[in-house]
Write a new protein. Sequence first.
Length: 232
Amino acid sequence: MPIQGSMVVIDSLEAKLPAYVSKPTESKSGTPGLILIHDWWGLGNYVRETADRFASSGFVAIAPDLYVGKYAKNTDEAKELSSAVTPAVAKNFLDSTDVYLRALDVSRVGITGFCLGGTIAFQYVCESTEIKAGVFFYATNLPSDEDLKNITSPLLIIYGDQDHSVNPERANQLEQTLKSLNKDAKLLTYAGAPHAFFNPENEKNYRPDAAKDAWEKTLEFFNQRLAQDWQA
């Protein structure tokens, strides 16, 4: 599917927020929209390429640059940049991104993210009833049980069983907590996969088979849950 991608600037209370938008060239009114949140390195090539992959699959995807033009070159810089994205800043940025995306005449909106982005996306679905589906790749910090009660959207939660930020026991406990709260949530765990297994730029951690399967299941989930006739 032919696509077009470009950088835009979104007005927010915090800053002029850069974002990458990718959409089908023949995008029609009512196309599903996705907010894609980068990992702790920043809005890099693979995140933009992932937005393009979503666009090629029929979504209007927007990836806000939460670091406002900066990109971490090492872990110290990543820690510094990510620490500036407080929960209040993140929510303001995502609220502004959501408004911008809906102005593109999309239908239902989903959200996804990686690592830091998974954490921020997960917290956002606890705060917004407008997000209709969420897929989180190896979120490093989890919402409180009290916040989980507020979730209204279906969730797909993805980890590798070698991820030390949230081990399999904690991930399974999270799934059970969500189910006990009657939430529509499913956990996917990939054997032998570490943190950041989806990132092809991370040569040490990238696991192509797990990444391929997670991508296919992510598309299937969003295609179903963001369909206009979907009923929970």
